[in-house]
Design a protein around this ligand. Structure first.
Ligand code: SER
Length: 320
């Protein structure tokens, strides 16, 4: 890969992935695609930024031609909670955006397309603990429906056209650079901000809610390691389970309390509770470990320490 376009560069994962890949490939070789959001100084000062909307095929084609793009990472998506508020929008962005990207990649003979999937592909009838790689995929959210379809579509393009499409089922991603938006797992980020700002947090899922989660450095490592894996070693393509940690909301609050003893947690579950309840507690990621050597670095307390430090600094600087 020589010229990578990241669609959704202003988002939670896109913003950090763009900077990380620029360190590896050089600033000019990683094009930040943003839709409406004004790119941050960090993003626009270290390499090219373009307005790219995956729903606008002509615009996408023009950007691909302009920079001679040979790989696309499509991070643009409507997440689970927003998706339930506007299912048609989720379908449009997640499916029509994806097929546009795949078709453009085919047209320009690209070396690789990376499209993330999610634990949202699972549903209430999926085995809940150590969820296998191959299992029942009957999600109950529109986001999950688009992610299952996206995995199938990715694998179809591999088989039918020989396009190298790769994807991984992200768990909830926790980070302090850019806020997530509209996801069910957002509570695991919000708790840290509220702990620093107000020493208390009201959770929208109950104390026993347990989900697979991952800290951003591991998310970046997983994404980049999968991108760089040798194609011939891959038996799976668009649907790798990747695990890192699994904790309940109560355990997360206890971890924050270790560092901020007077932190207070309360619970007021809302409509996101039933989404969280439909997802697994933990996933079996042995396929990712075997096929491309996946291994996470962070556990809950290591992440909590890091998150609180970073957010405290932002707070001191008056940024939050
Ligand atoms: N973080 C996502 C969500 O909560 C799951 O992939 O929607």
């Amino acid at each position: 890969m020589k010229k990578i376009l990241i669609i959704g560069s202003a988002g939670q994962i896109g913003s950090e992935l763009t900077l990380e890949l620029r360190k590896m490939y050089g600033g000019d070789n990683v094009i930040a695609g943003v839709r409406k959001t004004k790119p941050s100084e960090k993003l626009s000062s270290k390499g090219p930024c373009e307005v790219v909307d995956a729903l606008d095929v002509e615009g996408l084609r023009a950007t691909v031609k302009k920079y001679n793009i040979d790989a696309i990472i499509n991070m643009a998506a409507i997440l689970s909670a927003t998706g339930e508020k506007n299912p048609m929008l989720a379908w449009d962005v997640n499916m029509n955006g994806l097929i546009n990207v795949l078709e453009i990649a085919r047209e320009f003979n690209m070396k690789q397309v990376l499209v993330p999937s999610s634990i949202a592909v699972f549903g209430p009838s999926t085995p809940i603990d150590n969820t296998p790689q191959e299992t029942i995929l009957k999600p109950t959210t529109i986001y999950g429906v688009t992610k299952v379809s996206g995995e199938l579509l990715g694998d179809y393009y591999v088989k039918r056209y020989g396009l190298d499409v790769r994807g991984l089922r992200y768990p909830g991603i926790i980070s302090h650079e850019t806020l997530p938006g509209g996801g069910t797992t957002d509570y695991a980020v919000a708790i840290y901000y509220e702990a620093i700002k107000h020493k208390k947090y009201t959770s929208f899922v109950n104390e026993d809610t347990r989900l697979p989660m991952m800290y951003m450095p591991d998310c970046l490592k997983a994404t980049i390691d999968l991108m760089h894996a040798d194609y011939k070693d891959l038996k799976h393509h668009s649907d790798f389970n990747v695990g890192a940690m699994s904790f309940s909301m109560g355990e997360l609050a206890a971890s924050v309390k270790k560092y901020i003893p007077d932190f207070e947690i309360s619970y007021a579950p809302d409509e996101r509770q039933s989404i969280a309840d439909s997802w697994p507690n933990s996933v079996d990621d042995s396929a990712a470990r075997e096929e491309w050597g996946w291994k996470p670095d962070y556990d809950l307390d290591a992440m909590t320490k890091d998150m609180l430090q970073a957010i405290e600094e932002k707070h001191k600087k008056g940024l939050i």
